[in-house]
Design a protein around this ligand. Structure first.
Ligand code: ZN
Length: 221
């Protein structure tokens, strides 16, 4: 387990679980032929899934395609449970980006059997996260840009404006299912452009261009 960085300093709490949402951007739901959900599709990655998005991102080599999904990530600073959108937003200490690494072929098999997704999405190291900047810097939660370049080519370029469930409402909904505690991470869904990672890929993940810039090289294990 590691301690995330907030404004270049170690956060007061070690990292906890990551609470995630699937299909929160319509264009991404469409690219995987999934229906638009009526309520957020929530799932959790355990603390061992969360690793730094820097230097090296390690992915398994023996379980089929490993897909990247770049997402805006929130660092929780206060405990919330059954919160309103306003209360939920006030509990966010930091904002950054994260990869929701997904074993896509494993996930397709699980989906076909209507089984849970943990084998495909909750494995160790499946949630590399960037450093975080203070949430107080955000003027408009519905206008945050996120982008992922691989080997100097743009692969994902999205904006929170296109979320089906906006960040305050999403957080509140999550807090009605799971308590969120200091050190927990919330992933907010991926825009279109997901694809497969290869050994040696050089990743550059950004929040709002230069608020957060995280770079790492993919290594298959
Ligand atoms: Zn995702």
């Amino acid at each position: 387990m590691f301690t995330p960085k907030l404004d270049d300093a170690p956060f007061s709490y070690g990292v906890g679980k990551a609470v995630c949402v699937g299909r929160n951007y319509a264009a991404h739901a469409a690219e995987l032929n999934n229906p638009i959900p009526e309520q957020p599709l929530l799932f959790i990655k355990p603390a061992d899934a969360v690793v730094p998005l820097q230097d090296t991102v390690e992915i398994p080599s023996d379980q089929g395609a490993v897909h990247y999904e770049l997402e805006i990530a929130l660092l929780i600073g206060e405990r919330i449970r059954k919160a309103t959108p306003e209360q939920a937003l006030a509990a966010v200490a930091g904002v950054g980006v994260a990869l929701d690494l997904t074993l896509r072929e494993v996930q397709s098999g699980l989906k076909a059997k209507a089984h849970p997704w943990e084998r495909a999405k909750a494995f160790d190291g499946s949630c590399p996260v960037s450093d975080f900047v203070a949430a107080s810097r955000v003027q408009d939660w519905a206008n945050l840009g996120l982008s992922l370049d691989i080997n100097e080519q743009s692969r994902q370029d999205g904006n929170s404006a296109n979320m089906l469930f906006p960040i305050p409402q999403l957080l509140a909904e999550m807090s009605h299912c799971f308590s969120l505690n200091p050190g927990d991470i919330v992933l907010t869904g991926t825009p279109e452009g997901v694809g497969q990672l290869q050994d040696g890929d050089r990743l550059k993940a950004c929040l709002n261009r230069d608020w957060v810039v995280s770079q790492a090289t993919v290594k298959t294990l």
